[in-house]
Design a protein around this ligand. Structure first.
Ligand SMILES: *[C@@H]1O[C@H](CO)[C@@H](O)[C@H](O)[C@H]1NC(C)=O
Ligand SMILES: *[C@@H]1O[C@H](CO)[C@@H](O)[C@H](O)[C@H]1NC(C)=O
Ligand SMILES: *[C@@H]1O[C@H](CO)[C@@H](O)[C@H](O)[C@H]1NC(C)=O
Ligand SMILES: *[C@@H]1O[C@H](CO)[C@@H](O)[C@H](O)[C@H]1NC(C)=O
Ligand SMILES: *[C@@H]1O[C@H](CO)[C@@H](O)[C@H](O)[C@H]1NC(C)=O
Length: 554
């Protein structure tokens, strides 16, 4: 029999992952530790006695079986280890789940979710996809058709029934109707090994022994490589505990599979989330679409980009943007959570919501009047933007529309570079020789107009304009300026050539009054000057840009 205490600890298992502890760097952590018959094990595993050294722990000497704890807290439940431990998976037995299966307890279908932190996520397989819906639910025709093709388990004492694919080879996720009622939820449970026949009833098909696989986030891998410790903040944001320069280490949380985890009619949910695309929720226009603020049912804030209208080229570009974004991971790039499918009537992209507006807004827009950004913040913006662009270039991607309107700030003034709508993979893609001008006036590489060819050095040019905006607080284009100075790049070049830095750099930042600020802003002006060279070969690469900006800080 299953005691209520077991059920409670089973549930704790699934809520434990919302509790985060800040761990502190322990220089005594060994690179690997001996673990009985398993040989030497490494991060993310840790010996039970040193939980701070990993992301989950192993009790190597437990009898009759060694055990694994999927969390480093003492109250986390343990699982018996049934196989050798490879670098990313292990076969385990979940004793609590085993008891629930034996007693056919429907508690099993409550609160089951995949453990997930910004540092590590887990998968288990083989698994079955289940749909949990209230017993007396109104269903439309599409849903009716779908349910007719599934099997139903209706013996739960709870107010729900469980639906699952009649044929175990069928992927229920792929056939879910778009109009899936909000009251239904999708869950996954482990299947029995070896598999039972499709005619077996649900509880016979589920199993408590399964392969558990872990996946470290890129943030955590990078952090661990640098000798830091992967942790999370209370807001479920990834944090790398390192002694040096904490400002730059506040990395973004990536909730990668937002929509794939809860695929209940994305379009409907997103419509609801934006109050049916109410204009009051509009955040602005970004390449090819209008961006809306949205709040998902679970409270998460997102930015939703809605395509202006359907036409093939734009849809193509949208899909292109999705492909590029989903491959990119960098703390200074806006993350893409998910999108509606090609099938749905409307193409929507769901991005991380970045709360504190654009750099343009903060240096010469509405927010500039309230509280102008100080020099240290501007310098950090320059460095983080350079890092994001260097990362893109290393991934063979040209941004094509670098401007202060596309550089977003979070509440800690960390940079999130946005809008990859104009990006394209190169060099294999012939369309990089494009006929329509791209980019934004004031930022476009002058060489582009001669040869219609954008390169990574075109982004360097645009970055030069951004640098000048940061030190001068002037907009990239201003028709009220003198004819030759409408373009900020021209204005800056002529003043830097005359060494008239005082006519370029914003004195309210401390230029002329604070020696350190004067030195740094002047060297950023010099870097910008190099980026703004007409001859693209004279411009530094973005990688050099990063080292120079970081050096200037010094
Ligand atoms: C690992 O932890 C166990 C306690 O679970 C302890 O007895 C053992 O000494 C530890 N091994 C190492 C190498 O720290
Ligand atoms: C674990 O690995 C060792 C050596 O690689 C092998 O001899 C042993 O049979 C494996 N054990 C299991 C349970 O797979
Ligand atoms: C299970 O989920 C429900 C609804 O989401 C929530 O009210 C309840 O507190 C959860 N129970 C546990 C033990 O986490
Ligand atoms: C279920 O199994 C599939 C295929 O093995 C895997 O991709 C997926 O991540 C698993 N789901 C969960 C919740 O672990
Ligand atoms: C922007 O960030 C600052 C500093 O954290 C905060 O005081 C301000 O309220 C934020 N503004 C918005 C609109 O989020």
């Amino acid at each position: 029999m299953v005691s209520s205490r077991d059920v409670a600890s089973f549930l704790v298992y699934f809520s434990v992952f919302h509790v985060f502890l800040l761990k502190f760097v322990d220089s005594k952590c060994p690179k690997s530790f001996p673990c009985g018959i398993f040989g030497n094990l490494e991060f993310p595993l840790a010996n039970y006695s040193q939980p701070e050294c990993g992301l989950f722990t192993v009790e190597c000497n437990a009898v009759p079986h060694p055990k694994v704890h999927l969390d480093t807290q003492w109250f986390s439940p343990s699982y018996q280890i049934l196989s050798n431990i490879s670098s990313s998976s292990v076969r385990i037995r979940n004793p609590i789940l085993e008891d629930l299966l034996k007693s056919k307890s429907c508690s099993l279908f409550l609160n089951f979710s995949i453990p997930h932190t910004p540092s590590i996520s887990y998968q288990f397989f083989p698994n079955i996809t289940l749909l949990k819906c209230p017993k007396n639910m109104n269903v439309d025709e599409e849903m009716h058709y779908f349910l007719d093709r599934t099997r139903r388990y209706e013996d739960c004492d709870f107010d729900f029934d469980i639906y699952y694919a009649a044929n175990s080879n069928e992927n229920l996720l792929l056939s879910l109707p778009l109009s899936l009622p909000n009251v239904c939820s999708v869950l996954h449970l482990p299947l029995k090994l070896p598999p039972t026949s499709d005619s077996a009833e649900l509880f016979e098909r589920l199993g408590a022994e399964y392969h558990l696989q872990w996946i470290l986030s890129d943030d955590c891998i990078n952090c661990h490589r640098k000798g830091g410790q992967c942790t999370s903040t209370g807001n479920n944001e990834f944090r790398c505990e390192e002694e040096k320069n904490p400002l730059k280490l506040i990395l973004a949380d990536r909730r990668e599979s937002l929509l794939s985890v809860s695929p209940s009619s994305p379009t409907q949910n997103l419509k609801k989330a934006t109050n049916n695309f109410d204009s009051s929720k509009e955040l602005g226009d970004g390449g090819f679409g209008t961006v809306y603020y949205g709040k998902l049912r679970d409270g998460r804030e997102v930015a939703i980009k809605r395509l202006y209208e359907h036409n093939y080229k734009r849809v193509e570009q949208f899909i292109n943007e999705i492909k590029i974004l989903t491959c990119l991971r960098h703390p200074n790039l806006v993350s893409l959570y998910g999108c509606t499918s090609r099938r749905s009537r409307e193409l929507l992209l769901v991005y991380e919501f970045v709360s504190n507006g654009t750099v343009a807004d903060h240096i010469h827009g509405d927010r500039a009047k309230e509280a102008p950004l100080s020099w240290p913040i501007r310098m950090n913006i320059a460095i983080e933007t350079a890092n994001a662009l260097a990362y893109l270039h290393k991934s063979d991607i040209i941004h094509r529309d670098v401007k202060t309107n596309n550089i977003l700030l979070d509440d800690k003034f960390c940079v999130k570079v946005a809008d990859f709508g104009l990006s394209r993979l190169f060099p294999n893609d012939v369309t990089h020789i494009s006929t329509a001008p791209q980019g934004t006036p004031g930022y476009v590489d002058p060489e582009y107009h001669q040869c219609y060819h954008l390169t990574d050095r075109s982004d360097v040019y645009s970055f030069g304009v951004v640098l000048i905006e940061l030190i001068s607080s002037m907009p990239a284009v201003d028709i009220s300026r003198h004819r030759h100075e409408i373009n900020l790049a021209n204005l800056a070049i002529s003043r830097i050539q005359r060494c008239a830095f005082n006519e370029l750099i914003d004195s309210s930042l401390g230029f002329g009054s604070d020696a350190e600020v004067t030195r740094m802003t002047t060297s950023f002006a010099e870097l910008a000057f190099r980026c703004l060279q007409l001859e693209k070969d004279m411009r530094p690469s973005m990688g050099e840009g990063v080292s120079i900006s970081e050096g200037n800080k010094g």
